[in-house]
Design a protein around this ligand. Structure first.
Ligand code: NAP
Length: 288
């Protein structure tokens, strides 16, 4: 059976046109467009590229972006001061602190200094807690992008066995909570997991969130499984051996063009929601 491609690029375009239209409608009534503030600390080239992409994506939908670049020597206190000033600035609806920060920064403290009402990247402990309780919230963008992609293709995960490989706070861990809220039976795997191939072989839904090129082998994928690969490694390859997995899966995300574009679309969508004065809907409420 030929696997259906979960087209993140196309789905992201649909979300972005909705955002653009919503902004046009409200600005026509006299509102100022929403503004996303991006904070970049240091000079990591990949982070620069990601922030550029986010700033450009804002422009394309009619949002403004305020770009803040701080030197690699910035202290936690200096960063917190910047975040607090953005919290108080009424013309800013969303704040994104690009991960990773330099090692001297207490990144968790910095994330948790972002006002939850402006946490459109879904990184605060507060928003994560609301996610865990299946409340409306701002979700971490990459896992929410994957959930919206599943919804777009009408894939119901209720009652299915899902395996998430990787437990980072921005990706694997929230993805496992979100799939649980959607009534999947979830196994969350990490570097200490034993018999990983055997666990993955049981899965109806597999999420690759490891950060190691083609780490999850095609041979581990069950026939007709749904395969989502969040990984993005050197050479444009994901965390799953897609050349093999795509021949067995019922649906799969390509790399690139799968999860990546959805991450940015969700960032913009949650900035729109913040401008409209609301959180993203809880997953159960959203699926009704
Ligand atoms: P991360 O913080 O490095 O976390 C990696 C996770 O993989 C950890 O939980 C780690 O387990 C687990 N892991 C490492 N080796 C393993 C092994 N041998 N067996 C099982 N699990 C193992 O990475 P991340 O930030 O979540 O990113 C993961 C991938 O997603 C990367 O390729 C990244 O580029 C990509 N990503 C893409 C987007 C996007 O927009 N498309 C956004 C974010 C990330 P421990 O917890 O035990 O160490």
């Amino acid at each position: 059976m030929k696997s259906i491609i979960l087209d993140g690029k196309q789905t992201a375009e649909k979300i972005k046109s909705h955002i653009k239209e919503s902004i046009l409608t409200r600005t026509a009534r006299g509102y100022l467009p929403p503004t996303l503030a991006t904070i970049l600390v240091g000079d990591d080239p990949a982070s620069h590229t990601y922030v550029n992409m986010k700033n450009k994506a804002c422009e394309a939908v009619g949002m403004r972006s305020k770009r803040i670049e701080l030197p690699a020597s910035t202290t936690t206190d200096e960063l917190l001061e910047e975040i607090r000033s953005l919290n108080e600035n009424n013309s800013i609806q969303g704040i994104l602190l690009q991960h990773p920060s330099p090692p001297q920064i207490d990144e968790r403290l910095a994330f948790d200094t972002i006002l939850p009402a402006k946490d459109v990247d879904g990184v605060t402990t507060y928003c994560f807690g609301r996610l865990a309780m299946d409340q409306e919230t701002y979700f971490p963008c990459t896992p929410y992008g994957m959930v919206l992609l599943l919804k777009e293709y009408g894939i119901d995960v209720a009652g299915k066995r899902a395996v998430v490989v990787g437990r980072s706070p921005i990706l694997g861990k929230p993805m496992a909570s979100m799939l649980t809220n959607l009534d999947a039976t979830v196994t969350l795997c990490h570097s200490k997991t034993q018999n990983l191939p055997e666990i993955v072989k049981q899965a109806d839904i597999i999420i690759g969130a490891v950060g190691k090129a083609e780490f999850i082998k095609g041979a581990w994928i069950k026939e007709d499984a749904v395969v989502l690969d969040a990984g993005y490694n050197a050479g444009n390859v994901g965390d799953i051996e897609l050349s093999v997995a795509a021949n067995k899966a019922s649906f799969h995300t390509p790399v690139p063009g799968g999860v990546g574009p959805m991450t940015i679309a969700v960032l913009l969508l949650q900035t729109l929601y913040s401008w409209e004065g609301k959180f993203s809907p809880s997953l159960k409420a959203g699926s009704k």
